[in-house]
Design a binder for this molecule. Structure first.
Ligand code: PLP
Length: 370
């Protein structure tokens, strides 16, 4: 069996050794950050040091950072805790944004995979802006398409709406400082940047009131009750610092990704790359191999030691037709044949070659689309 070619960084990135070390040290050290004795104060120091590291990644002050159990909780806290009754979400958001509000108002996406700003404007005309929060992601997890958050925020704010940005896929990849400067709340998740799973943050502008989702102790300045996950937070802090130092190197992944796409399209007549003409994350390719269902492709690649994903498969392991591609108007028969390949700084040219060899060799006979 060849060494695993892991091409699924958008699902989760391998945990950095430095993050493992920081989390293990925090566990060995112990202590509750709310305790006033020395061990408690040492645990508090770990939490506050990590808060400063995460804040630096977001280009803001430590007080803005509320630690959560991940991106999902951060999105829920933002949309359910901010006190606005109307929630506008783009149709291509992650499930944790789409399902957080009880009755969200959907904003359409363009066929190229960006939020439709004209549709956002017309949706805003139908609601009370001052009682509204708008949620637009920084970059899409399936296509990698970078969203016009700055323009969307300008439009939303002109109507008095709050703006939330799910920046889970943007951390370590795009300039979060410019992004956060334009919005009110921003979600992050450690496991996408080589931190431990189960820890994330909502970064909140000064002056935005947030009602905690769970009631209990007054941790996180009353915004998130419960004893802090000190090991996770310590690992997140280190990962945030390292990810912030790697943004430029990350951009260079586009060369590998572009070669993958060019050779895939050349070898497979009828193959499609989604969002290719848009500004995208440098590591993400979303492509369809017509006539071969996503799960068939994933299984064949897995047998060859290559890990990729499809659709919104990161939650339950099941492959469902992509909501994102559906919102972009991709015909069902084609959306059902799409996979996502997402690279990381550990990806090699040889891994791309192996992917291409297996993927371009797949034949519709081994899994005809319905
Ligand atoms: N938002 C986006 C865009 C994501 O890609 C993900 C994870 O796939 C999440 C939110 C959820 O983050 P977490 O897994 O930390 O709950």
């Amino acid at each position: 069996m060849p060494k695993l070619a892991y091409l699924d960084y958008n699902a989760t990135a391998p945990v950095r050794p430095e993050a493992i070390e920081a989390a293990a040290n925090a566990m060995r050290q112990g202590g509750n950050p709310s305790s006033v004795h020395g061990l408690g104060r040492a645990a508090r120091r770990l939490v506050e040091d990590a808060r400063a590291q995460v804040a630096a990644l977001a280009g803001t002050a430590p007080n803005a950072v509320v630690f959560t159990s991940g991106g999902t909780e951060a999105n829920n806290l933002a949309l359910r805790g901010c006190g606005r009754r109307t929630v506008l979400v783009s149709a291509i958001e992650h499930e944790s944004v789409l399902s957080a509000p009880d009755d969200p108002v959907s904003v359409a996406a363009t066929p190229a995979g960006q939020v439709d700003l004209a549709n956002l404007e017309s949706r805003l005309e139908t609601v009370e802006g001052a009682d509204t929060v708008v949620s637009i992601m920084a970059a899409n997890n399936e296509t990698g398409v970078i969203q016009p958050v700055l323009k969307a925020a300008e439009i939303a704010r002109a109507r008095g709406a709050l703006v939330h940005c799910d920046a889970v896929q943007a951390a370590g990849r795009l300039d979060l400082e410019a992004l956060f400067a334009a919005v009110d709340m921003m979600s992050l998740s450690a496991h996408k940047i080589g931190g431990p799973p189960g820890i994330g943050a909502l970064v909140v502008r000064e002056g935005i009131g947030l009602a905690p989702l769970n009631r209990g102790g007054g941790q996180e300045r009353g915004r998130r009750a419960g004893t802090e996950n000190v090991p996770g937070i310590a690992g997140f802090g280190v990962a945030a610092q390292l990810a912030g130092e790697e943004i430029e190197r990350f951009g260079r992944l586009a060369a590998l990704r572009d070669r993958l796409e060019t050779e895939a399209l050349a070898a497979k007549p009828g193959a499609v790359v989604f969002g290719q003409e848009q500004p995208r994350l440098a590591n993400t390719a979303c492509l369809a191999n017509p006539g071969i269902r996503s799960e068939t492709q994933i299984m064949a690649l897995d047998l060859a030691g290559i890990a990729v994903s499809a659709g919104a498969a990161c939650s339950s392991g099941k492959v469902t037709r992509s909501l994102v591609l559906t919102a972009m108007g991709v015909p069902p028969g084609l959306a059902e044949c799409a996979i996502r390949v997402s690279l990381g700084l550990g990806t090699t040219a040889e891994e791309i070659d192996r992917f291409l060899e297996v993927w371009t060799g797949l034949s519709p006979r081994i899994g005809a689309a319905a």
